[in-house]
Design a protein around this ligand. Structure first.
Ligand code: ADP
Length: 293
């Protein structure tokens, strides 16, 4: 998909200069999730509420085990909630009566990746739109080549995932998600295992794609600097049972530049988040969840 065709799905510029999609608003209202209610009864989420505007980039941080992935899985349709409701663009997505199914409107990219290892990069990226019948194979190939070129991946179309670095694999996955023109991109610590240089490059590519598409992004991370650098809002979750403890509105303008991470403004936001997350990590530790944020 060319940048021009990506931009066809965007709306007018937001106050800070980035065009945002008009679809993909998520309302999470009083959501609870209990795993195995009749058995071990793990209360993962309790009265968790947050609002994500269409085209907003939201990062979720919090101690390990606080329920971040649980929330993402419910939005993605991989799991059901126990109480509350989630709306997508004002329509019920997940309620106690409705279990959403995974769909091309909410695409997930995980830390460990999920490319088909037996398919080439081009076959991986074009698979979705061709199978769904939204593009002809030729059209999908043209768009895939354009999008791959945009993230520095021209020339690797015929490679297999196993021949690529983890940074390249993640870029291919994000392109594979975006070619389906989803309403929401759900990212579960996609850059966690990367070295600093690869992570920095991955941030730039993701930001470039975000600026071009304005898609709603729900991004889970343990990395507070990453959260601030990428997101419009960083939401801190409490230790389990998880709900939103604090929301930080990121005041950095877009497009984001790497050097912004050294600004006093950035440092002040980081200090605020460190404080909030540390407090929850200590509680999690005391409660026996030994892995810290
Ligand atoms: P996070 O993503 O913040 O690390 P998770 O959403 O993965 O946290 O998990 C939240 C809590 O729910 C943790 O205590 C975890 O052990 C528990 N949990 C996750 N999945 C299951 C499951 N299938 N059965 C029972 N407990 C689970």
């Amino acid at each position: 998909m060319s940048v021009v065709s990506i931009r066809e799905h965007r709306s007018a510029p937001s106050p800070r200069g980035v065009c945002r999609a008009q679809e993909g608003a998520i309302s999470i209202r009083g959501v609870g999730k209990i795993y195995d209610p009749e058995g071990v009864h793990v209360v993962a989420l309790e009265d968790c509420s947050l609002e994500i505007a269409a085209g907003e980039f939201v990062a979720i941080v919090g101690p390990s085990g606080c329920g971040k992935s649980t929330l993402l899985n419910i939005i993605a349709g991989f799991d059901h909630l126990t109480s509350g409701e989630i709306l997508l663009d004002g329509r019920p997505l997940a309620t106690t009566h409705t279990r959403p199914t995974p769909g091309p409107d909410r695409v997930v990219v995980f830390q460990h990746g999920a490319l088909f290892p037996w398919k080439t990069v081009l076959e991986n990226v074009t698979y979705g739109p061709v199978v769904q019948g939204t593009m002809s194979p030729a059209e999908a190939r043209d768009r895939a080549r354009e999008m791959l070129g945009r993230v520095g991946l021209s020339g690797i179309e015929d490679s297999y995932p196993g021949q690529l670095s983890s940074g390249m694999q993640r870029r291919v996955e994000i392109i594979r998600a975006l070619i389906n023109n989803p309403k929401v991109l759900l990212l579960d610590e996609p850059f966690r295992a990367m070295d600093t240089v690869t992570k920095g490059a991955s941030h730039q590519y993701l930001l470039e794609l975000y600026d071009a598409t304005g898609k709603t992004v729900f991004f889970i991370t343990h990395d507070l600097e990453e959260a601030i650098f990428l997101a419009d809002k960083v939401m801190v979750m409490t230790t389990r049972p998880g709900h939103i403890k604090q929301t930080l509105t990121v005041t950095l303008p877009r497009p984001r530049r790497y050097a912004m991470q050294a600004s006093p403004e950035f440092m002040a936001m980081k200090a605020e988040l460190v404080e909030a997350v540390h407090e929850e990590a200590v509680k999690a530790f005391e409660a026996g969840e030994r892995e810290m944020a």
